[in-house]
Design a protein around this ligand. Sequence first.
Ligand SMILES: [Zn+2]
Length: 196
Amino acid sequence: MTAYKLILLPTEPQCPPLDCAQLASELQAMQLIREPLALDNGVFYPTGKHFLQHISFLGCSPSIELEPPSDPAELPADSAAGSFCHVFLHSSTSLCLRADKQCPAPRCPQCRQPFSGWRTVFSTFQQNPTLTDWNCSGCGFNGQLTDLSFRKAAGIGHTFIEIRGIYPSEAVPTDALLKRLQRLSGGPWRTIYIRE
Ligand SMILES: [Zn+2]
């Protein structure tokens, strides 16, 4: 099962991992999230009272489900499908790629040829995140995986704020939220929209 997700991450992939407990308490203080609830082997954060003040939905008022299902038995499937808005915090000492299932191949910055084997190269990279070199088969350009541009369909980093249940470009973080995150990490943040 896949879910639509809005993910916030530091723009700079090498930004050191943030402490999830610190991130959670910051987002709780803003009432973007509430206290965590158990799910599978971890936790998720239900949306807080001021969620819609920090994440702006665009266009005509969509029907957004902000509450978890009342029947706990439905929770695992509803979470996996993203049928209500809820938040996960991920932080890892290893670099991770989060990409849409249909993410187009990134292009070589020198010759613009699509990097067709990128999924294979990235799966090797996920096994060993120190292997960040890649070579363009078209022009021989040698670059870093972390420098590739995926626009808003993928992102590489250590820390991810994942909000499930948001369609591509349906909502955006407010400037105030981005500024607050920037103060926490010491650098700017970006938004990606993926289905995974
Ligand atoms: Zn090239």
